[in-house]
Design a protein around this ligand. Structure first.
Ligand code: HEC
Length: 161
């Protein structure tokens, strides 16, 4: 028998004696610890669920493929390179006999869905189709890129919400 094995038996015996001596208390304490740990794990799981829900809600508010960064970029294009504000007013409420109100939820040239707004801006509105008789040139007559059109459409989409 080597010394190491003998030592292990001693440790085991002492441990068993210890449990036997204070058995009830130790078991209660252990059960309590397990219960508290379970509660804590449940609480963390609830918090994680809430966080996932919040992210899902935030994402549901924007159409598919649209990000907040696009909306912000679109706002700058609306008053900048896209010159949309010259015909639709700085706040998007429209100019009588010129550009339509983009803040109400009434759409003349589409159903107001994001992809349809993209098409309206991409193609513009012919004089015949325009209720004011004034045409909207494609991309407002500017040379903004297709990505910029998608961004400004994202901003326009939020105006009516
Ligand atoms: C030269 C003036 C002019 C410019 C610049 C212009 N628009 Fe327009 N827009 C119009 C007119 C006119 C209409 C049609 C209004 C109507 O039918 O009463 C229109 C219609 C629209 C519609 C369709 C609205 C609906 O009710 O269906 C959208 C969306 C729109 N414009 C967005 C934009 C955006 C975004 C820009 C900037 C990239 C822009 N427009 C630049 C004049 C303009």
């Amino acid at each position: 028998m080597n010394w190491y094995k003998g030592g292990s038996w001693m440790v085991l015996l002492v441990a068993m004696f210890g449990v036997a001596a204070c058995g009830g208390d130790a078991a209660d304490t252990a059960n309590e610890a397990v219960a508290q740990t379970t509660d804590a794990v449940d609480a963390v799981a609830d918090m994680a669920d809430d966080a996932v829900d919040a992210v899902a809600d935030a994402m549901q508010e924007l159409p598919e493929g649209v990000t907040m960064a696009m909306v912000e970029e679109g706002e700058a294009i609306y008053g900048g390179a896209g010159i949309c504000m010259t015909c639709h007013a700085p706040d998007g409420s429209g100019v009588p006999n010129l550009g339509a109100d983009l803040t109400d939820d009434e759409w003349t040239h589409s159903d107001g869905g994001y992809e349809e707004i993209v098409v309206s801006i991409m193609e513009g509105v012919t004089a015949d189709a325009s209720t004011s008789g004034v045409p909207m040139p494609a991309k407002g007559g500017t040379s903004i890129t297709d990505d910029q059109v998608r961004a400004v459409a994202a901003y326009v989409w939020t105006l009516s919400k």
